[in-house]
Design a protein around this ligand. Structure first.
Ligand code: ZN
Length: 163
């Protein structure tokens, strides 16, 4: 069986578009995928098998939330200021400032929700469940060995067939 790393968003066998692909996001689940069109297997490195790769510490730090929050705040204040000046000192104003304020507000909201989920432990609970599902997949020793062959650091206990 041949595994071809897919980072392009297309099936390496038949070229079909992989619908869920978004290179800016982290997905959790098996990186070994089966193409819906041709039925062949390929590897999607966007997906992370956390029982082999470990819990993603970046998901539990506030660093990304702070960056997103500050970015949202900066654009919000900027758009608000420009809108204010146009309204008071010009005959017209750009309605697109409203759009930017809504978008940057949404970014701030996403950052706040994520931070709250870290703080309250609900995010950790979600990842415990993901970890459990990941461990269940690795219980299949054939699958565990396939991942090992692909270069994943699979814990030794998953690599032997249980008798
Ligand atoms: Zn395919």
């Amino acid at each position: 069986m041949e595994y071809i790393p897919s980072t392009s968003g297309f099936c390496p066998h038949c070229g079909a578009r992989i619908a869920s692909y978004n290179p800016n996001r982290r997905y959790y689940g098996s990186p070994i995928k089966i193409c819906k069109k041709c039925g062949e297997k390929y590897v999607d490195r966007c997906f992370h098998e956390i029982a082999a790769e470990g819990m993603p510490s970046s998901e539990f730090s506030y660093g990304r939330d702070k960056k997103m929050g500050l970015l949202g705040l900066t654009f919000f204040v900027l758009a608000y200021t420009l809108l204010y000046f146009e309204k008071h000192y010009q005959q017209y104003y750009h309605t697109s400032w409203y759009m930017i304020m809504i978008l940057s507000g949404a970014i701030m909201l996403i950052a706040v929700i994520d931070a709250v989920q870290i703080k309250t432990g609900s995010k950790e609970k979600r990842f415990r469940k993901l970890m459990q599902e990941s461990e269940e997949r690795l219980e299949n020793y054939e699958y565990a060995n396939q991942l090992k062959e692909l270069g994943y650091n699979v814990p030794e206990k998953y690599l032997c067939e249980k008798l």
